[in-house]
Design a protein around this ligand. Structure first.
Ligand code: YNC
Ligand code: MG
Length: 411
């Protein structure tokens, strides 16, 4: 019934499609903002919390507070349906994800128990420029909404969501992007997680990968075996000197999609270049292909490291997962939509990505059914997972955006 969400400026199930592209017989609604507020209408103070709890701004530059967010998320954030695995965002990845260019400390919102000072809930936002078809929105991305398990189902989530909305609005930001595994009104796009085993034996032991009927463990191990060396000529790690070339290539490539980030040079630097401090774990791994004659950057791909805790296993505590991040290529393409050529090239690049992930001791490589991933998922031995990921826009009505798999079916 969506008692909370039906009060919010989001599209409703059953209403006409925006842009007139849907199959609905109802008259099309225009693509664009759902509600226009004036800054004066935005409350200057947060709504009060129930007795015993208080709002705080969490300072992620303070390692003690960062550790509190890490502890809250690693104990209470997203789990799979059977509660076997839980995302385990490292402190490094939390800083990377929440302290991107333009980040505001006010957008790291916590709730503490007044007496014990314990951090019991959290929500965050970062600023971004998001293109939907030909419009670029000055938006935020909301993530890391979490409530301690003992405080669930008390309607605290809507209060956190309203508070992050207020704080975005105060900065003149009226639209937001967010993703969730749950169905809410109303996804602008829906994708599925795909998994490519690297260490099949371990994934089997923790209960992540099943043994298919009529197979044997040694067949599975052999099926997912990878060579030690990459094949693409000119492939190397991205360095700071590649920034302009990568920004150029990536922004051209992202033009192919109906919804994509618009990256500044500073953002490419932040999201793609590994800037670990000594002792920190590496978060992002980015590779480029440099043509040895022209010295041009012709391709790039990246993945990031996000572990999952294995809940209640006697021997294994974590799954080391690599998540496919951005990629771009122009190699061999006669036009941007030359799908057979794109498939050939992506297969080469993504097979090397797996080899590199194995070299960095990842157990599994994950990808969503977005971008042009449908072109290589099957060939590279990815299998569909149980999880779906829905994409949502706050205060923006847009015609549905088909995922990569759907688009591939139209090849
Ligand atoms: C969710 N994931 O439907 P209705 S994703 C949004 N996103 O409202 P209560 C959610 N809404 O149906 P609980 C949601 N999950 O009555 C639930 N809801 O209208 C809605 N899990 O609240 C739900 N993290 O407090 C219902 O539920 C209402 O105690 C119920 O808390 C929910 O980060 C939650 O999955 C998710 O920690 C915090 O279960 C809790 O169960 C939990 O009674 C494990 O809430 C961790 C987890 C969510 C990961 C994520 C993106 C969040 C986006 C939030 C929406 C942002 C909108 C844009 C704002 C900025 C606008 C501008 C400008
Ligand atoms: Mg609650």
């Amino acid at each position: 019934s969506y008692k909370f969400w039906q009060t919010q400026p989001v599209p409703k199930f059953g209403e006409a499609e925006a842009g007139g592209k849907g199959s609905s017989k109802k008259p099309a609604l225009p693509e664009g903002p759902i509600q226009n507020l004036a800054l004066e209408e935005v409350p200057s103070e947060p709504a009060p919390l129930v007795e015993g709890f208080e709002w705080v701004t969490v300072d992620l530059t303070d390692d003690v507070q960062l550790q509190e967010v890490f502890d809250l998320l690693s104990g209470h954030f997203v789990e799979d349906g059977e509660a076997m695995f839980r995302f385990r965002y490292s402190k490094s990845i939390l800083k990377w994800a929440m302290m991107s260019p333009g980040w505001k400390k006010e957008w790291h919102v916590g709730v503490r128990a007044t007496q014990s000072r314990k951090l019991v809930a959290f929500i965050s936002a970062i600023p971004l420029q998001l293109r939907i078809r030909d419009k670029v929105l000055n938006a935020s991305e909301v993530n890391f909404l979490v409530i301690h398990k003992k405080l669930r189902s008390k309607r605290l989530a809507p209060i956190l969501i309203k508070e992050i909305t207020r704080l975005c609005n105060r900065e003149g930001v009226w639209q937001a992007l967010y993703t969730a595994g749950v169905v809410l009104p109303k996804p602008v796009s829906t994708s599925r997680y795909y998994h490519r085993s690297i260490d099949w034996q371990k994934l089997y032991e923790v209960g992540f990968s099943p043994l298919p009927p009529n197979s044997k463990p040694q067949f599975q191990v052999r099926k997912y075996a990878l060579p030690d060396r990459t094949k693409t000529k000119g492939l190397r790690e991205m360095v700071a000197g590649d920034l302009d070339a990568v920004q150029d290539l990536l922004s051209r490539y992202l033009q192919r999609y109906d919804m994509a980030m618009e990256f500044t040079r500073e953002e490419v630097d932040h999201w793609l270049l590994d800037k670990r401090m000594p002792g920190d774990e590496q978060v992002v791994y980015t590779y480029v292909v440099e043509d040895d004659k022209t010295k041009k950057i012709t391709d790039m791909f990246s993945f990031y490291c996000l572990d999952s805790s294995v809940i209640n296993h006697p021997r294994h505590n974590v799954i080391r997962a690599a998540y496919l991040f951005y990629y771009a290529t122009e190699t061999g393409l006669t036009t941007p939509f030359d799908k057979p050529a794109l498939k050939t090239r992506l297969d080469e690049l993504m097979s090397d990505a797996l080899i590199l992930a194995k070299r960095h001791r990842f157990d599994v490589f994950n990808a969503l059914s977005i971008m042009d991933n449908a072109l290589f998922l099957e060939q590279q031995k990815y299998g569909p997972g149980d999880g779906q990921l829905h994409y949502y826009l706050f205060n923006y009505r847009a015609a549905h955006i088909a995922g990569g798999v759907d688009r591939n079916n139209q090849l």
